[in-house]
Design a protein around this ligand. Structure first.
Ligand code: M6R
Length: 616
């Protein structure tokens, strides 16, 4: 999705903004642009289609100076990717430049109204309508920039994070948000401010950040406290937070891609996620979310999990864990469907939103619906300080560190691990899970990071095997029980980054239709680790083999039966069935990664995809 970077201070803004855009490249985009303003009021805008590197090349022979600036990577919504539609957009007089992430839903009537007032438009975007509207308010009522922005935003319906500069007020940068993320980094003594869609472009300059809330407009001036007002013009005190993130955690650290770095980080991210929560020596799981809201959770008649994509797959595993260990009924909903459904939700329900970014528009809207109907809201989120983390009544951070690769990997295992700890803690509070199971699972969870390391040692073998699959146009992934969501996740990973069509099924469903697809050309990935349904999936593999399918199986170490049948076998260490996804998903992440690398594709930034889907 679109990325925003802004700067106001005494340094040259251009290198800061370009560096920031590079840090936001992972979000996905099709064009990039920058506007630079100096204290004399010279405002210059540069835009290019394609990568940030193109914009940088375009700037090479320009005098790109200015101490105030805004920059943007665009992910097309209104109008094709083109220089004309790229941001920043200028107002009619050329006085204002604006960048925007989000969608202005009522842009058409506003455009119509402005056209009747003599405004003309150079682009197809909703964003240009907004900058013209701000100028219209400014000129009509003779307003300073920040006040004109506030007035204009009162007429707007939709989602936005914006940054605006005005060449007639070359000492300020105005930013605002509604349903799209925006963070402000605060330099020492307010000597400079950094603005971005997330903390990654800012962290090399400061750890002190202010996360804007919905409906807040902020005026930034060098050497002055930031001025935050609501759309209703009420003053809001800035809440500066220390964000504990290192530069190393957002760089590749010797790996070819972020995705493979993040796959390899999983043993460590599992340890981070468990730190202070899973107390193995005391055989205890301690989660403040559960302790602080014990009554809410104990009274819950039902849990509804809302999420999208990979986070939805984690939710499917969460459902099984919670139902087994807490005996509370759980439903798992696509947030995008739930938000528009007439869902029966009420005060007896706990709604759990699962999200890596914490900014997914559909998940936020699903929470909004649940909030209106009185449910108690919990987040399982990775990005600290994100909108979902702040919207929910309580939450459990996954703490797996920044995930930059568009294909989610360590976030998924973090989410599953959080669900396991949550179900253990709540099952214990309810007195539902027996002590032996509780302690056994805790022991086993503490061994998961080492076992993941064993799986990762097979990377070279999987890389080699992947060469045999680059020809394929279709894959089927099969799993049962806890491994069914792993099949879905493996298929999604392959689709996203290798552009090979892949479907995940519960293995027994195959004979109800998909079996017709199987022939000698069809790779079938079977997750067949040891559990109660092992014999059943063995039969499913036999059915695939008798129709000539090529089987790539993920099995438990020491397996003989499946390995005799399968064409290729990857062994993962023995673990408890409910924890099997944590190990079984890793070879599937590696397989998808290596197939994409073999095909020469852009693994970290696959076509058409965005890391953080902040529009619906
Ligand atoms: O940030 P979220 O977890 O809310 O994102 C949800 C999905 O957009 C995300 O999981 C997406 O499916 C990933 N690209 C999967 O790899």
């Amino acid at each position: 999705m679109c990325g925003i970077v802004g700067y106001i201070g005494n340094r040259e803004a251009c290198p800061i903004l370009i560096g920031g855009l590079r840090r936001l490249e992972y979000r996905g985009y099709d064009s990039a642009g920058i506007a630079l303003l100096n204290h004399e009021g010279n405002l210059n805008v540069y835009k290019e289609i394609g990568k940030v590197a193109n914009l940088e090349a375009h700037l090479a022979d320009k005098d790109a100076s200015g101490v105030i600036g805004i920059a943007h990577t665009r992910w097309a919504t209104h109008g094709v990717p083109s220089v004309r539609n790229a941001h920043p957009h200028l107002s009619q007089s050329g006085r204002l430049a604006l960048v925007h992430n989000g969608i202005i839903e009522n842009y058409a009537p506003i455009k119509q109204h402005l056209s009747e007032q003599g405004y003309t438009f150079q682009s197809d975007t909703d964003t240009e309508v907004l900058v013209q509207l701000i100028e219209f308010c400014q000129q009509r009522d003779n307003l300073p920039l920040h006040e004109a922005v506030r007035r204009a935003l009162n007429e707007v319906i939709g989602a936005y994070a914006i940054a605006v500069v005005d060449r007639q007020e070359p000492d300020m940068l105005v930013v605002a948000r509604q349903s799209s993320p925006l963070v402000i980094g605060v330099g020492e003594d307010n000597s400079e401010f950094f603005v971005a869609s997330d903390a990654t472009p800012i962290i090399e300059y400061t750890n002190n950040m202010v996360y804007l809330n919905d409906g807040e407009v902020t005026c930034l001036r060098i050497g002055q406290e930031m001025q935050i007002h609501t759309l209703q013009n009420e003053h809001v005190d800035a809440q500066v937070q220390f964000v504990d993130m290192s530069i190393g955690s957002i760089e590749k650290g010797g790996f070819d891609h972020f995705m493979i770095k993040e796959i390899y980080e999983q043993p460590q991210s599992m340890r981070e996620c468990m730190r202070g929560r899973l107390l193995a020596s005391r055989h205890e799981v301690v989660l403040s979310a559960v302790n602080l809201h014990r009554a809410k959770f104990l009274q819950a008649k039902r849990i509804i999990i809302v999420s999208c994509g990979t986070s939805w797959h984690a939710g499917l595993i969460g459902k099984q864990l919670i139902e087994s260990w807490c005996r509370i009924p759980v439903t798992v909903e696509y947030a995008s469907e739930f938000r528009y459904s007439d869902a029966v939700v009420g005060p007896d329900d706990v709604v759990i939103a699962v999200s890596q970014s914490g900014e997914t528009a559909d998940t936020l809207a699903a929470l909004q619906l649940a909030r209106e109907r009185g449910a108690f809201l919990m987040g399982i989120v990775n990005a600290v300080g994100s909108s979902i983390a702040r919207t929910t009544d309580t939450g459990i951070y996954t703490h797996v560190g920044p995930e930059i690769g568009v294909a989610s990997t360590k976030a998924f295992t973090g989410q599953v691990l959080v669900f396991a700890m949550f179900a253990l803690a709540l099952g214990r509070e309810k007195g539902v899970i027996d002590t032996q199971t509780y302690e056994h699972v805790i022991d086993e969870l503490s061994r998961i990071p080492d076992k993941m390391e064993t799986v990762l040692r097979q990377n070279d073998y999987i890389a080699d095997l992947s060469k045999r699959f680059t020809y394929a146009h279709n894959f089927i992934y099969l799993g049962r029980g806890y491994n069914y969501p792993v099949a879905l996740e493996g298929a999604l990973k392959l689709k996203e980054i290798s552009y090979i069509h892949a479907e995940g099924y519960p293995a027994a469903e195959m004979k109800h239709g998909p079996i017709a697809l199987i022939d000698g050309e069809m790779p079938v990935v079977c997750i067949a680790t040891h559990h109660q349904l092992y014999e059943k999936i063995l039969s499913n593999i036999q059915e695939v083999k008798s129709r000539g399918g090529r089987v790539f199986a993920v099995v438990t170490e020491g397996d003989e039966s499946v390995c005799k049948l399968a064409d290729y076998c990857i062994q993962v260490p023995e673990t408890l069935s409910p924890l099997a996804p944590l190990l079984a998903v890793v070879p599937l992440q590696l397989l998808a990664y290596h197939v994409a690398v073999q095909k020469g594709l852009n693994v970290d930034r696959p076509r058409n995809l965005a890391k953080s889907v902040t529009v619906e």
